[in-house]
Design a protein around this ligand. Sequence first.
Ligand code: ZN
Length: 429
Amino acid sequence: MRKRNQAAAAMAAAAMLVLAFGSGCQKKYEQIELSNAGSGIEEDEGVGRGAFDGRQAGSSFGQEIDLAEQETEGHAQTSIKEQNMVGQPAPVFKDVDETIYVSGDSVNLRASASTDSQVVAVFKKGEKLRRTGYGEEWSRVQYNGMTCYIASRYVSAAALEPDAGNSQATSQGKPESGEDKVVAFNSSWKYGEFSKINSGMAKLYKAEEGSRKGITVCVNAGHGTSGGSSVKTLCHPDGTPKVTGGTTGAGATSAVAVSGGMTFSDGMAEAKVTLAMAKKLKERLLAAGYDVLMIRESDDVQLDNVARTVIANNCADCHIALHWDSTDNNKGAFYMSVPNVSSYRNMEPVKSNWEKHNALGESLVAGLKSVGVKIFSNGSMEMDLTQTSFSTVPSIDIELGDKASDHSDAALDTLAAGLLAGINQYFGQ
Ligand SMILES: [Zn+2]
């Protein structure tokens, strides 16, 4: 089930530290170590991604990225705004395209070519970046899709001695359970270009060393992306229209990037419940020896459905999105199966993966059934989803009930037990 070296191409995106998490995941991770409390970089609503994607690389003269700290739900988030720089000479850079290595112990990556500007991240010795512009004082680099700056004297175009850096890439035999590894979206990953909202970060949790299975489960708490319903992404990578209805009707070629989700009959927002469910499932998975990739751990993550899927594709062995349906008759749980429509099942990456998606869904429903969860009909409903359309690992949207379903703590515990049983079944554990 697990794939090796799938992300080799992604390693070229050297704006991030590339780490291999040993046997815990066969894939390579792009990890960003942030030095401060800022857990992500969020754009002002309405600004749009365009200003921060790769196109910015060569055109940042006369502009300064202004980072303004704002407090959101208890943790600092960084908001970025582009401003015209007035009255200051633009730094001169020679255009280059090369990998550089940090040669200092702890080197600031800054929003603009000035020591007065905001520190975006701190890089450790041996970490690499892609340099797009060389200047005597400053180097212009790409970092997580943004143009940033680092002091030229603290970087080198040559790789350092093997033992000089990346010491944190190995666990040194110590368990790293619970240690969060930030996983950033990488636009060079396959299908990455279809994402519109991707400045948020996922987190990888590793199980205790002694019990680790070496299987990473992506737990995706459905919904919870502020502004997600005012942005649209393509339904299919080949631009063809949706073959079933759903939140977006059949025939549409684009759909909301992340919908808001429904509201339970008792007034509770679906996104709150999916988050609580995700946290419970995470704990059970970790205890059972699975590594867990959490897409969302607070009320908001700036990752659209394409970004969530692409991150799971590259950093996990399966992808489970948690949802409750918008009916209100307590009909029971089911999974969204891959529609039996030949054009859809013949489109990549659906063609190569749809049987795995459905098999994972069947396992999850069997697991839920085994702990007494009510199951809707035969346990599945055909649905053409963005998630399915871009997934290259076994991937399922599981609807754990609907608006009228019990979503008490005890009910979520039962559901978590059922999902774990299903995951065990799928992976033969
Ligand atoms: Zn939902």
